[in-house]
Each structure stands twice: as C-alpha cells, then as structure tokens.
Design a protein. Structure first.
Length: 200
C-alpha cells in the first residue's frame, strides 16, 4: 500500500479539481448547515458512518488525519482522515477511504462528508462509480498533502452537511478553515489520462 501512496512525476492535462498550496486570500469561517435530505441508500451509509462523528472513533478504526484543512477560493473541503487499509480498485459504499471534517471551534472537528478514493496504481480498469454517480478524475495528486504523481479518481459525498453546490460537488462553499493551524488555500490541479501506476 505504501507504493500506492508515494511516487514521482506527473502528466498535466486539462484543469480540474485539485490542490496546489500557494499564496491565496484569507480563509473563510465555516457556516452552519443542516444535514441534507438523502435517498434511502445514502441515508443507510450515513447511519453506518455516524459513529465517526467522534474523530477518535475514526482513528481507532484506522483513519489517520492528514493534518491540513483544505480550502479553495470557491469553497472548502476540510480536514481529511485517510484509511490506507481500505484503498483498492473497487469502491465499497459502506467503507469510504476518507472521512472529511471541518473545524468546529475549540480545536474540535465536525464530520461533514465522506470521500471514496481510488488511485490508478490499484489497477482500476476504468472510471469507478458509486451511488449511481461516476467518480471525478482521473487527476493528479493534491499537493502539498499528497504527491502530485498519485493519480486517482475520487467522489465526495456531503452526507452530514448540506452543500448548496450539490451533494456530490467536490467543494462546499459553507466549509472554511479559518482558525485551523494548518489551513491550506489550494488551487485546481490537472486531469490526467488513465494509465496504471506512476509515470516518470
């Protein structure tokens, strides 16, 4: 699994979602939003993941914080907790590779979303899908928290916080990183051709 999470080189292509740490405007504060109304299949997933509203429970189950709170000029993502043991070519609706939290004041974190994450290095044969929705990508890795050479597909689902831009949109305009000690203002990266593994 370490080979999936490291690498070098990249194949830049068209602009897409993604992350590139650099000079940027100040960070916004998060705006409270209710949980979204969900269809039955996603409501079942939300209930299965509800235990992770306590981030300590997530850590105990193998989800490790990537430390940074990710934000873009147009919207935020939050703090990603990644479970490397769940990475593979076939997404499991009840086992997302990533849980996403937002700063909730006093150093606390609030669970807001889940992300299904499939690196090309897993040998995935084509664009995966879940919940009737094709994944975004393939794209470069999201610097500085992820090597740019980590080409992957991903799918964000805002299970615990309503997103005015849509349930599956990659950012949420109500999520901000103001006050987080490792707030990162990032910018779109590039989509890449679908090739297995890394490229030098």
């Amino acid at each position: 699994m370490a080979a999936v999470l490291t690498g070098a080189g990249a194949l830049p292509a068209t602009a897409h979602q993604g992350h590139d740490h650099g000079g940027a405007p100040g960070h916004r504060a998060s705006t409270p939003m209710p949980p979204p109304a969900l269809p039955p299949d996603l409501a079942e997933v939300r209930e299965a993941l509800r235990k992770y509203e306590d981030p300590v429970a997530a850590v105990r189950d193998g989800y490790l914080s990537t430390l940074g709170c990710v934000e873009y000029p147009e919207g935020g993502m939050g703090v990603h907790f990644l479970n490397p043991a769940l990475i593979g070519p076939t997404p499991d609706p009840f086992r997302p590779q990533i849980l996403v939290y937002e700063p909730a004041g006093d150093g606390r974190l609030r669970l807001i979303a889940a992300e299904w994450f499939v690196p090309l290095a897993t040998g995935v044969s084509g664009r995966p899908s879940a919940f009737g929705r094709p994944f975004d990508g393939p794209m470069e890795g999201h610097e500085p928290l992820m090597p740019r050479a980590l080409h992957h597909y991903d799918l964000h689902v805002w299970l615990f916080k309503d997103n005015p831009d849509g349930l599956f949109h990659w950012t949420n305009p109500t999520v901000g990183c103001a006050g987080h000690p490792y707030a990162l203002m990032e910018h779109p990266t590039a989509t890449v051709p679908h090739h297995h593994g890394y490229h030098r």
